[in-house]
Structures are given as structure tokens and as C-alpha cells.
Design a protein around this ligand. Structure first.
Ligand SMILES: Cc1ncc(COP(=O)(O)O)c(C=O)c1O
Length: 414
């Protein structure tokens, strides 16, 4: 370890690591070194237990039954909503909508707000580093309404500057949809300033918080964005659960986008009236155990402290950057000064997929590919990158294992 990069306070990464049973397993006869948390993080035993407890003792459908189990399931489900509200400091639980994930949250806004509001020639402003989940839904609605997609550029570090963003805004910009943190590059965007500028021009702001919420404090009332989307499975919870937080005033004015049970007040064959927020946007039976697991995941994050997790991951980022920069032929893609704990890289002469396979044989799980951000790969003129990403349970020894495995890969390809 470099003498300048010291452990953070009392954060005990070894103890945190032990909270995640899956991390004790082996792959290919080697201890697992899991460096793919940006794609999906692992779950601590407490989250697995909370989901299991619900499935074993409390399961019934929510919001519909007078019987005891349905009441219990509903109480747990709505308690989870309040837990999510508190974690991101949303103004009210009416603003917290459960979805299947960030992807569905963004599609909801595009199809409900976008389809009912956008006119031909209106502009949807994205940034150059968006995940496909924050591009394709806007392409759909642009095709449906005649709106136009504009892209705020980034520089060679992967930074979207406020100036470049401001220059891309226009009188016709109706919504800005941008990542809070880039999954492919790690860039943290200046979302408070972006929101201020966009609002000054009368545009709404949707932030894709999938890579922010697990790693840093997010205070939605301070950010003042209009919509914020994230996924439970990237924050130590289950797959198939996401959240859309939206301003109540906007959500009230937006039409439902999916029809079905739970989102209605009355239905006849002639006419349907819709339920109040947030249920208006929650058609059908939700992922009840996943939502309850999300509340347990937030309990877990808060037991460690999100600021402590952030400091720990920032230290790992600095340590890993320092060590990877010493690997001959390795280029880090994404060198913004403000980054989350994600490092994308390439190695001269080795295709990232081959690299991923060799690292896997050493027990080291990194993601290789375009990270659902093909425009980013095109911008940096690479077919793909390898990406190591850290979470609360990542340890210094994981970085050592990555560097050792990269040494093996270089031997194979030399
Ligand atoms: C920045 C970002 N946005 C959106 C998504 C999509 O999330 P999900 O697949 O959970 O809907 C991801 C997932 O990788 C992401 O990293």
C-alpha cells in the first residue's frame, strides 16, 4: 500500500466483507475477488434474511386484503417506502414509486410525461456518457412525438463541463436526462449546477442515480431535480426493484403509463378513474419481497454510514488508480477529477474479453464489454473496456489480486 493512502478512520472492510456470505466462495478453485459491483452488488446476510423472513412468514398480496397476512405484507411494503424516502430525502412517500429498476423508472417518465408533453421540435438533452437506459427510452418518445435528442459533449477525461452543458441547452430544451454518476467512466457529474441551469431555462431534469445512490449521500431536496431513478440491486438489494422519485406536482399531472390492478379507483367498461400517488404508477402486483429487501439494504448501508462507505471507496479508488497506472500498457479510460469507485481500462494488445476470461480463471470478476454505453466506447475509440468497480465490502487485498492477475494476463499475451 502507498504510505499516502491510509485506511479511513475505523472502517473495518474485513468485517464488512464477512457480512456477505457469497464473497467466501471460490471460483475455479481460487478465492473469489468480486470487482463487478457496478453491474450488481452482492447482498449482505441481513438482506437475504429479511427477504427470507418475509417469504417464510408474511407473504400475501399487498393493498388488497383485510386478512392478517395481507395487512402484514402491506405494512412492511409501505414501511419500506418510507425507508427509501428517508434515505434519499424525498419530500413525501407519495413521490416514491416502486418500479422494476432504473430502466423502468426512466421509461415511465419518457412514456408518461414525455409522450403527453413533448411537441415536434422540442429538445431532450442527454450527455455523451449516458447508459443505454437513459438513451433508448428517449429515442422511443422522440420518434413518437417528433421531439429531438441533443447531446451535451464530454472531454477526453470523461468530464461534462458546466460550460459545455450550458451551451447545449436551448429555449427548446424541455427535459435534461443525465447520469448522476457514469457507470462506464466513473465520472460524477455536477448535477446540482446542471439542474440549476436547466431550471433557469425552464427545462425539467431527470437524474439517473443508479451509480450514485449506493456510493454517496443523495439528498433530493437539496439537488432539486424533478425525477430521480435508481435500482435496488446496485445497493445491496434484490434485482427487479427500482425507484422513481418525482415531484408530486408533476406526477399528479402525468397520465398513468401502465394500466391494471392497484393503479385504479374505479373501473367500468366505459371509464376508469385512477388511484392516488404513488399507486397510480404501480400497476399490478409489485416485487414485494424485493422492496422489503431494499429497506433491509438501506438499514445495512446506514449501519455502516454512507459517508464512511464513500470515504472507504474513494480511498480504494485512489489506491487502485495508483497501482493500475504502474501496469505496463494499461490505459485508464475515464480520468475525471471527481470519480466514483469505478475504473475502466484497456491493456495494449489484449482484447478486454480475453482479459476478462484470464482474470476470471484467477478468481477475479471484472466486467468487460461496452457497459451498456456504446457511445462512450465510440468516443474513446475502443471496442470495449475492462472495468473494476468497488463496493463497501471491497478490500485492499482485492486490488492486489487484480494487479497480480493482470500480471498473469500480460505473461499470457507477451
Ligand atoms: C448509470 C446506469 N443507468 C441505468 C442502469 C440500468 O439499471 P437497471 O438495469 O437496474 O435498470 C445502469 C445499470 O448498469 C447504470 O449503471
Amino acid at each position: 500500500m502507498n504510505a499516502n493512502i491510509k485506511p479511513v478512520g475505523t472502517y473495518d472492510a474485513e468485517r464488512v466483507w464477512r457480512d456477505f456470505p457469497i464473497l467466501r466462495r471460490e471460483v475455479h478453485g481460487r478465492p473469489l475477488v468480486f470487482l463487478d459491483s457496478a453491474a450488481s452488488s452482492q447482498r449482505p446476510a441481513s438482506v437475504v434474511a429479511a427477504v427470507d423472513r418475509y417469504e417464510t412468514f408474511h407473504h400475501a398480496n399487498v393493498h388488497r386484503g383485510v386478512h392478517q397476512l395481507s395487512q402484514e405484507a402491506t405494512a412492511l411494503f409501505e414501511k419500506a417506502r418510507e425507508r427509501v424516502r428517508g434515505y434519499v430525502n424525498a419530500a413525501s412517500t407519495r413521490e416514491v414509486i416502486f418500479t422494476r429498476g432504473t430502466t423502468e423508472s426512466i421509461n415511465l417518465v419518457a412514456q408518461s410525461w414525455g409522450r403527453s408533453t413533448l411537441q415536434p421540435g422540442d429538445e431532450i438533452l442527454l450527455t455523451a456518457l449516458e447508459h443505454h437506459a437513459n438513451i433508448v427510452p428517449w429515442q422511443f418518445v422522440a420518434q413518437q412525438t417528433g421531439a429531438v435528442i441533443k447531446v451535451a459533449p464530454m472531454d477526453r477525461r470523461g468530464v461534462v463541463s458546466i460550460d459545455a452543458f450550458g451551451a447545449a441547452l436551448s429555449e427548446r430544451t424541455k427535459i435534461v436526462a443525465c447520469a448522476h454518476v457514469s457507470n462506464a467512466l466513473g465520472t460524477v457529474l455536477p448535477v446540482r449546477e446542471i439542474t440549476r441551469l436547466a431550471h433557469a431555462r425552464g427545462a425539467l431534469v431527470l437524474l439517473d442515480g443508479a451509480q450514485a445512490v449506493p456510493h454517496q449521500r443523495v439528498d433530493l431536496q437539496a439537488l432539486e431535480c424533478d425525477f430521480y431513478a435508481f435500482s435496488a440491486h446496485k445497493m445491496y438489494g434484490s434485482t427487479g426493484v427500482g425507484v422513481l422519485v418525482g415531484r408530486e406536482r408533476l406526477l399528479e399531472s402525468m397520465p398513468p403509463w401502465q394500466g391494471g390492478g392497484d393503479m385504479i379507483l374505479t373501473v367500468s367498461f366505459e371509464k376508469t378513474t385512477f388511484n392516488a400517488l404513488p399507486f397510480k404508477f404501480e400497476a399490478g402486483t409489485p416485487n414485494i419481497s424485493g422492496v422489503i429487501g431494499l429497506a433491509a439494504a438501506i438499514d445495512y448501508i446506514e449501519s455502516l454510514g454512507i459517508d464512511a462507505i464513500h470515504a472507504h471507496e474513494q480511498r480504494l479508488l485512489a489506491l487502485a488508480t495508483q497501482q493500475l497506472e504502474r501496469v505496463p500498457g494499461l490505459t485508464i479510460i475515464g480520468t475525471a477529477p471527481d470519480k466514483a469507485s469505478v475504473i475502466s481500462f484497456t491493456i495494449d494488445g489484449v482484447h478486454p474479453h480475453d482479459l476478462g476470461t484470464i482474470l476470471d480463471a484467477e478468481g477475479v470478476a471484472v466486467r468487460t464489454g461496452h457497459h451498456c454505453a456504446m457511445p462512450v466506447m465510440e468516443f474513446f475509440d475502443v471496442p470495449a473496456t475492462a472495468r473494476a468497480s468497488f463496493a463497501c465490502y471491497s478490500r485492499d487485498s482485492d486490488i492486489d489480486a487484480l494487479v497480480a492477475a493482470l500480471g498473469k494476463a500480460r505473461e499470457v499475451f507477451s
